[in-house]
Design a protein around this ligand. Structure first.
Ligand code: NAP
Length: 273
């Protein structure tokens, strides 16, 4: 497959490039998805079969005051990429988030559930989905949750805080499927091979609170530290987040259980601290 990976230095981008090869890598400093003309020219000259758009603005709290940037990257960006894919005959694989839902259901959210975003970040990601769907491009949207891989993420921040002796107060009432970027990349590639289209949820098996995820991160990394479980109301943040942030799929089986993937992540992180 002649593929391009946009946002190639992010957590997911790195794992897709690992499989697809360095030639697929298009990092942010080479192409910004907010530049419609540059995106069109790049895709026209590279003639890819598939474009994986891993570029995103993921600063959930900052987005509340940086609305324009969040929309430029998360809504206009996918619109630019989708238009170029349609014009030049490439399949677009775009990634979205569990945060498009408000988390009020008891059960994990499936593809047919109605989005109801709670934050600027979530609104901008949902708008990106809508614009990509309206573009007429051959399109797969993969929604996922709680991504961890190489780079800065929840497990890394927990370990940094624990190692520097800071207290760990972690919310117990926000739940996610912690999803390993490497497993997500493999799932996205398999979905493309299967010719999947439309919206598909791809997350690890298992749904857990951030507090228990933090405990598992510490245990797998051999770091002894206490985690205090607190409700969301005890840790106010600028953006509202869904309490039930768990996804399930009626179209694709769950990825490897998150605790097994975390075991592999921790073993690798200990080799490359
Ligand atoms: N992380 C999560 O927990 C999570 C949860 C649910 C869904 N998702 C979705 O999953 C996908 C992959 O997330 P991730 O965790 O791999 O994200 P990530 O690690 O934050 O990587 C995003 C990448 O996009 C790049 N980027 C930002 N603005 C760009 C622009 N204008 N043009 C081109 N590249 C740009 C960033 O580069 P710079 O660093 O240079 O800005 C970064 O390399 C995203 O769609 C995200 O919304 C993530």
């Amino acid at each position: 497959m002649n593929a391009l990976v946009l946002g190639a230095n992010g957590q997911l981008g790195l794992e897709l490039v690992r499989v697809l090869g360095d030639r697929s890598a298009v990092p942010h400093d080479r192409l910004s998805i907010t530049d419609a003309k540059a995106v069109d020219a790049f895709i026209a000259s590279s003639k890819p079969d598939a474009v994986f758009n891993c570029a995103a603005y993921n600063a959930v709290d900052r987005a509340e005051t940086e609305r324009e940037i969040a929309y430029a990257v998360n809504a206009e960006g996918p619109s630019n990429v989708a238009a170029a894919c349609r014009r030049h005959g490439a399949t677009l694989v775009h990634f979205s988030t569990n945060f498009v839902f408000d988390g009020s259901h008891d059960e994990p959210y499936v593809e047919a559930d109605e989005p109801a975003p709670l934050s600027v970040y979530a609104e901008s990601k949902l708008e990106g989905e809508r614009r990509a769907l309206q573009s007429g491009a051959r399109l797969l949207i993969v929604r996922t949750a709680g991504v961890f891989g190489r780079g800065v993420n929840f497990p890394v921040r927990i370990l940094e805080r624990a190692r520097s002796g800071q207290p760990l107060r972690v919310v117990s009432d926000q739940r996610i499927n912690p999803t390993y970027a490497r497993d997500l990349a493999a799932a996205a590639l398999e979905l493309v091979e299967q010719g999947a289209a439309g919206i598909v949820h791809a997350v690890a098996e298992g749904c857990t609170g951030f507090d228990d995820f933090a405990r598992a991160v510490l245990a797998e990394s051999g770091v002894a530290a206490e985690v205090e479980s607190v409700p969301t109301s005890a840790l106010p943040s600028p953006a509202r987040r869904p309490l039930n942030g768990c996804l399930a799929s009626t179209r694709y089986p769950p990825l490897r259980p998150w605790w097994e993937a975390l075991h592999e992540w921790a073993a690798e992180a200990s080799k490359n601290p």
